[in-house]
Design a protein around this ligand. Structure first.
Ligand SMILES: NC(=O)c1ccc[n+]([C@@H]2O[C@H](COP(=O)([O-])OP(=O)(O)OC[C@H]3O[C@@H](n4cnc5c(N)ncnc54)[C@H](OP(=O)(O)O)[C@@H]3O)[C@@H](O)[C@H]2O)c1
Length: 248
């Protein structure tokens, strides 16, 4: 039986990469999915088309999660289009790498705005609509414990996501809303291509440290998210699952 039949999910940053993989996996398990994008409309439309072609339900919704009104409109689109909200996946994220000498205020603000403020604003909007059995899943990163050089700001944003997730797990538990984290290791995505990580010494180093001996793919992460969203994970809150091929 489909694990998410009857559920409605919002996946932020689902126009490409890990988010697109998560949106498709949730839809395969029976969820209706709001496929959020910030700028890549064509990517989001392609994800929706794939879900519809497979017999699922999905809609693309533009929203920049760093703005409260847009985060709220995104969540409300789920309720308007599909009647309810059960799952929020905070996947939107940006990464850039800079040695400490090169860290700038703009670099700090860009990463913290999307990766931390965006998580807070989308969670705030979703919490108004999630009921008993609802679930928030935040995409962090194994970088919080792998400690890759030049990732001070990015790792800082994901450390903040971990701490926020623990707090919200406790804060929303009385309402029977679960909050969990998935921390991927290195994953081949549009973003890691654009950032120059794919094909770089950084990638080679990360793969060399990965016990299972390869780079991750979006589907390696998506199945873990689908599990956390499902009834099989009903007794899990405040947990972090590191989905990294063993690098830690
Ligand atoms: N890839 C990895 O190796 C890796 C490892 C660990 C953790 N992660 C985390 O996994 C998540 C996805 O990474 P990825 O590699 O799949 O990234 P990606 O390919 O660059 O995709 C990023 C997604 O985030 C969206 N986004 C960016 N800014 C946004 C904003 N202000 N509002 C709404 N959406 C926004 C983008 O939307 P548009 O394209 O429409 O602008 C895009 O859909 C991130 O949180 C990242 O930190 C990635």
């Amino acid at each position: 039986m489909s694990k998410l039949a009857g559920k409605v999910a919002v996946v932020t940053g689902a126009s490409k990469g890990i988010g697109a993989g998560i949106a498709k996996a949730l839809a395969r398990e029976g969820a209706a999915v709001v496929v959020n994008y910030a700028s890549s409309r064509a990517g989001a439309d392609a994800v929706v088309a794939g879900i519809l072609a497979a017999g699922g339900r999905a809609v693309a919704v533009q929203a920049d999660v760093t703005h409260a009104a847009q985060a709220q409109a995104l969540v409300e689109a789920a309720v308007t289009q599909f009647g309810r909200l059960d799952v929020l996946v905070n996947n939107s994220g940006v990464y850039e790498f800079a040695a400490i000498d090169d860290v700038t205020e703009a670099h700090y603000r860009r990463l913290f705005d999307v990766n931390v403020l965006g998580v807070l604003l989308a969670s705030q909007a979703a919490a108004k609509h999630l009921g008993e059995g609802g679930s928030i899943i935040n995409i962090s990163s194994a970088i919080t414990h792998v400690h890759t050089p030049t990732a001070a700001v990015y790792a800082g944003t994901k450390g903040a996501v971990n701490a926020i997730s623990g707090v919200l797990a406790n804060e929303l538990a009385p309402r029977r809303i679960r909050v969990n984290v998935v921390s991927p290791g290195f994953v081949v995505t549009e973003g890691t291509h654009t950032a120059g990580v794919v094909g770089s010494d950084m990638e080679a180093g990360l793969v060399a440290q990965t016990p299972l001996g390869r780079a991750g793919q979006p589907d390696d992460i998506a199945g873990v998210v689908a599990f956390l969203a499902s009834e099989d994970a009903r007794w899990l809150t405040g947990e972090t699952i590191t989905a990294s091929g063993g690098i830690r």
